[in-house]
Write a protein that binds this ligand. Sequence first.
Ligand code: F6P
Length: 495
Amino acid sequence: MVQDLNQLFQSDPDRFSKLTLENDFLLADFSKNHIESLRLLREEQMKTIELVRKNFFDGEKINHTEERAAMHFRLRRSEVKDEIDQEVFTVRDQFLNFGDLTYHQRIVGFSGRAIDTVVNIGIGGSDLGPKFLYDALKDYRGNTKVYFVSNIDGQALNDVLMEINPETTLFIVCSKTFTTQETLQNAQSAKSWMIEKMGKNCISDHFVAVSTHVQLAKEFGIDESRIFGFWDWVGGRYSLWSAVGLSLVCAIGATHFRELLQGAECADLAFEHDPIEKNLPVILAGIDHHYFQKNGFNSKVVAAYSHRLALLVPFLQQLVMESNGKGVDVDGKTVQRSGVVWWGAPGTDAQHSFFQLIHQGTEKIHVEFIGVTQQPHSQQEHQTKLLSNLFAQSRALMIGQKSTSPEKNFSGNRPSSTLLLKEITPRSMGYLVATYEHRVLCEAALFNINPFDQFGVELGKKLCNELLPFIQNALNPQNLDSSTVGLIQYFHKNG
Ligand code: F6P
């Protein structure tokens, strides 16, 4: 980088206060980046973001390839403004009511025993958000235990079936489309297991569905009164606020889930109304734009110094990379650059694994540190050491170290941002996740791409269906590449 971060700090004693942003939930420190102000974008880029933001909140069909709006912000509104909101409120009350009864263990199964265990069967957006928050909000859970089964590897379902009691378990089949192979296979196997354990009449008491395709859920055998719907204007990776969050409601109760929605609504209002230079999602997108589009950085590491945020990275990976990993712009023209790779792991574990490469390697990586100032536990010595580690890492990346031994030399001048949350609560998590959602939209606006479709996942699904009959029936396919044929034959011999 041309500028040296250390010199920038030396030449401006107010750098930290100029380049930080503070609100009820967090402090965002951008000062260890190669920037001079939080106004990071050119005039026309800001206009682009303003237009996309307006179209988004106006409910325009900004997901133009699928001719859909993206209106997940409606799922966290606290006031009814029109008929669509009214419908959202009605469905919200239904799934919150059912989830809250499950949280209080007031739903009974076929044998009359109370449900105390929930298994969410879903994948991608129908899994990652609720699973991340189930973990993050552990301190807000009641007594109902929730498992998540996503992978089609039978081991995933089997591991859960070995631990649960069929009499007291409720399965949530969570699938926007109700056509996803992994989810349907897992749901079918769970259904067979239940029938084997308790007979075929038990299904309506032990299965509920979350889907936009009520008919398909009914055909699966789920009682219509236990199918919680949502709308095609909710993208899978933006859906945790809808009935997709039912498993989370069962775990933390309706009151905490409403707080989660309130936190997200705070992020919506801030994104819609804050001036651009104080608008957190816009600044986060601006920093990414600065490094990835202008300075050749290749990836983003998220290092959350919080045990509770261990599943933040997998959630963000779908949110960010399924949204912005695109090859063409909104006009169908090939783009030179779109979303980069996001990866990471919780600190301090990450320090003892891949941080070597971030400190001394040749890859250009931007790091986003996340910390939490107040923890519910009383292990104060752990907390002070945890935060010392966090602050030391961003400082080490920046100041580096000169040494006469080349292997002990640290170039320094490596940038990072730090988000310091006050605490992990349903509200702060709602705020954080919705802020990341809006940041993805801003980045997509800067790339001029559509963040709401995901055609890149389709080809693999199609080829899987084409290969399946050969694999199931031990046939040798014709006219395929020799690698695929060789792999199939090896499976036939050894599977
Ligand atoms: O991976 C593709 C995808 O369509 C995601 O966008 C989605 O979150 C996931 O599959 C699951 O889809 P569904 O909820 O329809 O089962």
